[in-house]
Design a protein around this ligand. Structure first.
Ligand code: GDP
Ligand code: ZN
Length: 294
């Protein structure tokens, strides 16, 4: 059997990309597949090439995951795009996106785009945030969709994976995807509403390029961690906190005795910006914050 990947699902139409042929076919689900649940973009399939146009789908492999927004199966990576200027950086949004996507089991890559536009102050800010996220343990890439700086590094990072792009509008998600894949996009296009006020189901496509796939619809542009998880769980998604062993294993890194995260904060090993966002995200307060972080 030949392996393929569903790159488009629009109504009854299924498009299967077959890497070994570097070609797309119309997917035809065979009887036993048809009865099973829906087919999604991102589904890995096995089957036969029937003719130059058609691929008979015999098996849909078990999904690793299924994202709702955008509806794509087997997403491995999310590129969270931000800018320092034009528009200004929102670290609270960034940290929420990082927490929620790692909670959803995706690998995260931070991209600071539009570096060609930065003035002197902007360049310093970029370096500051770059270091903060690097030290926290994230993969961070600086790019310009305009000058193509960093695009190769980003391309390497996405190799072999199904990825989506997330982040606020205007930061350059569609521009980056176009530069990476050579395809113009409809991303950024807000889903239209039907007369009854319901969102029309948007079709999602995966764009294949050099053994990788990128979803052509954006992920979250804003999220709140507490809509996804309990307050007590948020701490597990700040990777830099996990390096420390507090006296109590259920330490929330607030006012507990023997909290090593607080000690690390005092020593400057953990960034105050990140910690303040942790407090804001969990709607907590600590009386010693000013003393340690100002
Ligand atoms: P999206 O809403 O995140 O998809 O952002 P777009 O890709 O639509 O980009 C928003 C605007 O920023 C467009 O006018 C792009 O041409 C511009 N833009 C995107 N990336 C860059 C960049 O790296 N440098 C500069 N100077 N402009 C960029
Ligand atoms: Zn602690």
């Amino acid at each position: 059997m030949v392996e393929g990947i569903v790159i488009e699902r629009a109504g009854q139409k299924i498009t299967v990309f077959v890497p070994e042929k570097n070609k797309s076919y119309r997917g035809i689900p065979l009887g036993k597949v048809k009865k099973k649940d829906k087919v999604y973009a991102g589904d890995k399939v096995k089957g036969r090439i029937v003719d130059s146009e058609s691929f008979a789908i015999e098996v849909i492999e078990e999904r690793k995951n299924l994202l709702i927004r955008p509806p794509i199966a087997n997403v491995e990576k999310v590129v969270i795009v931000a800018t320092i200027q034009n528009p200004p950086f929102q670290s609270f949004l960034m940290d929420n996106l990082l927490v929620v996507y790692s909670y959803l089991g995706l690998d995260t890559v931070i991209v600071f785009n539009k570096i060609d536009l930065l003035d002197e102050v902007g360049k310093e800010e970029l370096q500051r945030w770059y270091t903060i996220y690097k030290n926290a343990g994230y993969k961070v890439i600086k790019t310009s969709a305009e000058t193509k700086e960093g695009i190769e590094e980003l391309r390497r990072e996405l190799l072999g994976a199904i990825s989506i792009f997330a982040g606020p509008s205007g930061v350059g998600k569609s521009s980056l995807i176009s530069k990476l894949t050579g395809k113009e996009l409809r991303i950024g296009e807000v889903s239209r509403k039907t007369e009854r006020g319901k969102h029309t189901t948007r079709e999602v496509r995966l764009i294949p390029f050099e053994g990788s796939f990128i979803g052509d619809a954006p992920g979250f542009s804003r999220v709140e961690a507490l809509n996804f998880m309990e307050k007590e769980e948020v701490r597990f998604y700040f990777p830099e906190f996990l390096r420390y062993q507090c006296k109590y294993s259920d330490c929330l890194h607030l006012n507990e005795e023997g909290c090593e995260v607080r000690e690390a904060l005092k020593k400057g090993e953990i960034s105050c910006e990140r910690y303040k966002n942790y407090l804001k995200m969990t709607k907590e307060f600590v009386p010693w914050l000013k003393e340690v972080c100002d």
